[in-house]
Design a protein around this ligand. Structure first.
Ligand SMILES: [Zn+2]
Length: 360
């Protein structure tokens, strides 16, 4: 009898968990940095990590409870040299979200994401990962008409420096993985079907990634999805074939790819199988935050088995398709549903691991 070697299929979340309704209400009524809110944030983070660990997830996050008001602008929120009328993100149900616009130089972050990780570590007993926003997303803050005495080139230089600093701070402290949120990749193809915008995003993000050593890049990942807000997407209608080949040009060691919500998963898997590089770990989405139905562990198991037909098992991991509320006031998914889906991801991944790897 051939003895199968036990394998482990790693599983990680993306980041956000819906905030408790009480916190959302209070933040809406006051300034998000009001010191009176500190105990509420602290309670939300503690409760999130407790419930996260109870799902059995081997890696957790702080649920981005304090990333007001979203996954993209947390680092620049409250800067005096920004205006609210920046780049508009259109979603499939007609609603829009806006980034802020830079009004003058120099560009600096107001806070780095490792500060969130510090708080999470006060409560966590398992490894905690940290998501950061991509340079390409923040590059959309620079206005088309350019800023007097602060060129786009200067801005990009400052942006890369700030992003590098943020990742280095996270790595140095020992975060499990730093995940660069790159949800605008697929959107870029929708905005510019010629592919030029996507190429410029890939080039910019690679400028940042190339500042890190290979062993550092093994702890850096990139997340892609078709957007997720109020159960709507911004670019699900763009064929993954337009994005994925370029995506794997990014010099990151890990890729967190939305897949569960795709209309044709095998189509995407074929492209992933063809373009992945041997040193890249691919975490495929096995739960869909946009779908209110809770996946069963068996469904998750089958999705992992399906992915293993295209991705070597040593390179395969699982994740959720996206965070469960990338924008802080999104109440389309409850905390209970989010944690139930995460539990299904963890259990289903274990079921697949047993089948593939010979675990008892
Ligand atoms: Zn996402």
């Amino acid at each position: 009898m051939v003895k199968r070697v036990p394998i482990t299929i790693p599983t990680e979340p993306i980041g956000s968990i819906p905030r408790p309704p009480g916190l959302i209400e209070k933040v809406a009524k006051s300034d998000s940095e009001d010191p009176n809110l500190t105990p509420l944030y602290e309670d939300a983070i503690r409760d999130t990590i407790e419930r996260f660990e109870a799902t059995g997830s081997p890696v957790v996050t702080d649920g981005e409870q304090r990333k007001y008001h979203n996954f993209a602008t947390y680092c620049v929120h409250g800067l005096p040299n920004t205006a609210p009328d920046g780049f508009k993100i259109p979603f499939s149900d007609g609603h829009t979200r806006r980034l802020s616009r830079l009004t003058r130089g120099p560009f600096r972050y107001r806070r780095y994401a490792d500060s969130y990780w510090d708080v999470a570590m006060r409560y966590a007993h398992v490894p905690v990962k940290q998501a950061v926003i991509s340079p390409s997303a923040l590059s959309l803050m620079y206005p088309a008409e350019s800023i007097q005495d602060y060129s786009r080139e200067q801005f990009i230089e400052d942006l890369l420096k700030e992003h590098e600093t943020e990742i280095r701070r996270c790595l140095k402290k020992g975060v499990h993985k730093v995940q660069v949120d790159f949800t605008e990749g697929r959107l870029a193809v929708k905005i510019d079907p010629s592919g030029h915008l996507l190429s410029s995003f890939i080039d910019l993000n690679n400028l940042a990634l190339s500042r890190f050593a290979p062993e550092e890049r093994r702890r850096i990942g990139v997340h892609t999805c078709p957007g997720n807000d109020l159960d709507a997407t911004h670019s699900a209608d763009v064929d993954y074939a337009e994005l994925l080949p370029s995506l794997f040009e990014l010099r990151a060691g890990n890729f967190y790819i939305a897949l569960a919500g795709e209309r044709d998963r095998r189509h995407a898997l074929k492209i992933i199988g063809k373009y992945r590089k041997p040193d890249q770990h691919i975490f495929v989405g096995v739960t869909a935050p946009n779908d209110p139905r809770i996946e069963t562990p068996e469904e998750v198991r089958d999705r992992v088995l399906e992915a293993s037909e295209y991705i070597p098992i040593e390179q395969l991991g699982t994740t959720d398709d996206c965070g469960f509320s990338p924008f802080s006031d999104d109440t389309s998914t409850s905390r209970d549903t989010a944690f139930a889906k995460i539990r299904a991801r963890v259990l289903g991944t274990k079921l697949a691991q047993r089948l593939i790897g010979g675990h008892l």
